[in-house]
Design a protein around this ligand. Structure first.
Ligand SMILES: Nc1ncnc2c1ncn2[C@@H]1O[C@H](COP(=O)(O)OP(=O)(O)OP(=O)(O)O)[C@@H](O)[C@H]1O
Ligand SMILES: [Mg+2]
Length: 303
C-alpha cells in the first residue's frame, strides 16, 4: 500500500469515527467511543501545564477512566519528575521502528500510562513522511485502550506544539494572571485561528488567589479575541488556586492529588475533572486531524 492510500485509509477511519460519535451524541459515553484527546498547552512557559496534566490524569483515573499521557514537553520540569518515573525509551524509538508505542509506554500511578516524548519530538516538521505515517498509525492502534489522552505540549507556538493542539479534540490553554501569560495565550489563539482555522479554545486559569482574578483573565482574553480575531470562541472552564502544596508535592516526585488530596488545589482539580468529563464532546473536531491529514495528502498528491 502506498503512503497516499494509507493516509486516505486513516482519513476514512476518522470519518467513520465521527459518524459513530455523532450517533452516540446525547447517549453519554460508550465503551466503544474513541478516546477524548485533550492538548494542555500555553503561550508562556511555567504556567502549570505539566502539573495540571499529571493531576487531571490522577483525577480522571480515580473516576474510572483509562488515561494515557503523551509527554510532548521537552522542558525540564516534565511528567517524569512529577510521577517519579525513569523512561528508558521514547517516541524516537518508535519513529526509528525499534519499538512500537505500547512498548515504550511507562506505567504511572493509578493505572495511568505515559508515552515519553524525549528528544524524539525535537522537530516534528522534520520527520520523513514514512515516520509521520508510522506515528499516525501507531496512535490509531491505541484507540480502544484508552478513554482519555492528555497531551502535555510544552509552551509556545512552535510547529510541534501547534501540531498537537490542532490534532487534539480539545485544546486547553493554561494562563495565569501575569500579563505576559495573557499576551502569550492570546498569541497562541491568534496563530491557531488565523493560520489553521482553529476557532474553539478552552481556558483554564492557574495559580490565582481568588475566582475574580481568573474571571478577569478570561474577560481580558475574550474581549481581545472578540475585537481582533474572527469567530473565536473561548470556553472558560475554571481555575486552580495558587497552592504551595503543588510545588511541595513535586519536590517529593508526586502530584498534589496523591500527596495532599485535601489541599485546595487537589479538590479543585478533582472538581474540574468531573466538570470536563460532563462537558459534551465536540463532534466536529476530527476535522482538525482530517484537516491536517488532508493537507499532507494534498501536498503529496498535488506535488
Ligand atoms: N496551582 C499552583 N499553585 C502553586 N504553584 C503551582 C501551581 N501550579 C503549578 N505550580 C508551580 O509552578 C511551576 C511550574 O509548573 P509546571 O512545571 O507544571 O509548568 P509548565 O507550564 O509545565 O512549565 P513548562 O512550560 O516549563 O513546561 C512549578 O514549580 C509548579 O510547582
Ligand atoms: Mg511542563
Amino acid at each position: 500500500m502506498d503512503q497516499a492510500s494509507t493516509l486516505r485509509k486513516i482519513v476514512n477511519s476518522k470519518a467513520a469515527q465521527m459518524k459513530k460519535r455523532a450517533a452516540l451524541a446525547g447517549r453519554g459515553r460508550d465503551q466503544n467511543e474513541a478516546p477524548r484527546v485533550m492538548a494542555v498547552t500555553s503561550g508562556k512557559g511555567g504556567v502549570g501545564k505539566t502539573n495540571i496534566v499529571g493531576n487531571l490524569a490522577i483525577a480522571f483515573a480515580r473516576m474510572g477512566q483509562r488515561v494515557l499521557i503523551l509527554d510532548a514537553d521537552l522542558g525540564l520540569a516534565n511528567i517524569d519528575i512529577i510521577f517519579g518515573i525513569h523512561p528508558t525509551y521514547n517516541i524516537g524509538h518508535v519513529l526509528s521502528g525499534e519499538k512500537n508505542l505500547a512498548q515504550i509506554m511507562v506505567p504511572g500511578p493509578e493505572g495511568i500510562r505515559i508515552v515519553p516524548a524525549g528528544s524524539g519530538f525535537v522537530n516534528l516538521t522534520q520527520l520523513t513522511e514514512g515516520e509521520k505515517l508510522s506515528l499516525l498509525s501507531e496512535f490509531e492502534a491505541l484507540e480502544d485502550a484508552f478513554d482519555i489522552v492528555l497531551i502535555d505540549t510544552g509552551a509556545g507556538i512552535s510547529s510541534n506544539v501547534l501540531y498537537f493542539n490542532l490534532a487534539a479534540d480539545e485544546c486547553i490553554i493554561i494562563a495565569t494572571s501575569e500579563p505576559t501569560s495573557i499576551t502569550d495565550a492570546y498569541a497562541m489563539m491568534k496563530v491557531m485561528s488565523t493560520q489553521y482555522n482553529a476557532k474553539c479554545f478552552k481556558l483554564l486559569v492557574n495559580m490565582v488567589n481568588d475566582p475574580n482574578e481568573a474571571k478577569a483573565v478570561f474577560h481580558n482574553l475574550s474581549q481581545a479575541a472578540e475585537r481582533f480575531l474572527d469567530s473565536v470562541l473561548i470556553d472558560y472552564i475554571g481555575y486552580i488556586p495558587r497552592d504551595d502544596r503543588v510545588a511541595g508535592a513535586v519536590r517529593n516526585r508526586k502530584t498534589v492529588m496523591e500527596l495532599y488530596p485535601q489541599a485546595v488545589a487537589s479538590k479543585k482539580i478533582a472538581q474540574l475533572a468531573g466538570e470536563i468529563a460532563r462537558m459534551p464532546r465536540r463532534l466536529d473536531t476530527d476535522g482538525n486531524i482530517k484537516f491536517f491529514l488532508n493537507r499532507f495528502l494534498n501536498y503529496r498528491m498535488g506535488a
